[in-house]
Design a protein around this ligand. Structure first.
Ligand code: ADP
Ligand code: ADP
Ligand code: ZN
Length: 223
């Protein structure tokens, strides 16, 4: 897109709100580095790296991985060249301690956040979106059985990889994740509102409607 503006953005919102979907669209639109901590952790689990071995149980239970592990991971990635100017954080921070840590990391890098975009979505919608989500084994992209079906059944439109249902998207795990979000992550809206960074949008409606609201809230040029 050749857009020279710097965007340092956090996507906030409950599981299934559409953060990953919108973060990918923004990444394509502005060419910023996108860091999805969920994608990074799932890949580490799949590859059985030391990080993956430590994180696996938390992911399976729908609990948060400890803050120190997350801050180490994010600190390393944000200091790499590709994320030094613009970045999009999807799924991080999720606790006040992570938000404080992020502020410290960015300060050390001479950087700061521009926006925190919070997607507001009613609980019934979240449950429908999570229950039908299918994730690509190859590239982490998501489809939805009803709302964003792949052209070829069971195959990712982007890379042709196999689509699967995440263990933690099974119905019996969803309530636990929503309650983790409620207790540990919702305080971040207030945290960022106080800092004047919060932009809240309605995350209901179809993907294109949400995209258009998100781009408008961020002042990103619609692609
Ligand atoms: P969703 O897309 O449903 O919001 P994610 O893919 O972002 O879920 O995260 C999946 C899981 O990865 C979480 O339930 C948690 O176990 C772990 N995780 C991801 N990001 C973080 C984080 N910032 N802090 C702690 N745990 C995390
Ligand atoms: P999050 O990253 O917040 O957990 P995702 O972006 O993975 O959420 O979206 C959750 C599910 O809902 C996916 O299956 C995705 O295809 C679908 N989805 C995302 N945005 C919308 C939307 N606006 N309308 C309908 N379905 C959506
Ligand atoms: Zn794919």
């Amino acid at each position: 897109m050749g857009n020279e503006r710097v965007f340092r953005v956090v996507f906030l919102g409950p599981p299934g709100a559409g953060k990953g979907t919108q973060a990918r669209l923004l990444e394509e639109g502005i060419g910023a580095c996108r860091l999805s901590t969920g994608d990074i952790l799932r890949q580490a689990v799949e590859e059985q790296t030391p990080l993956g071995k430590e994180a696996a149980d938390y992911l399976h239970q729908g609990q948060l991985v400890p803050d120190e592990m997350m801050l180490k991971l994010i600190g390393e990635r944000l200091s790499q060249a590709d994320c030094r100017s613009s970045f999009i954080l999807d799924g991080f921070p999720r606790t006040v301690a992570q938000a404080d840590g992020l502020e410290r990391i960015l300060k050390e890098l001479g950087s700061e956040l521009d926006f925190v975009l919070c997607l507001r979505v009613p609980n019934e919608t979240i449950i429908q979106r999570l229950a039908g989500r299918r994730t690509c084994k190859g590239c982490g992209a998501v489809h939805h059985v009803a709302f964003s079906p792949p052209a070829r059944a069971g195959r990712c439109d982007g890379c042709g990889g196999e689509l699967y249902q995440r263990e933690d998207d099974r119905e019996e795990k969803i309530a636990a994740r929503l309650s983790v979000y409620e207790t540990q992550t919702t305080p971040l809206a207030e945290y960022y509102r106080k800092r004047g960074l919060l932009r809240e949008i309605d995350g209901s409606g179809n993907i294109e409607q949400v995209r258009s609201r998100a781009f408008q809230a961020l002042g990103a040029n619609a692609a």
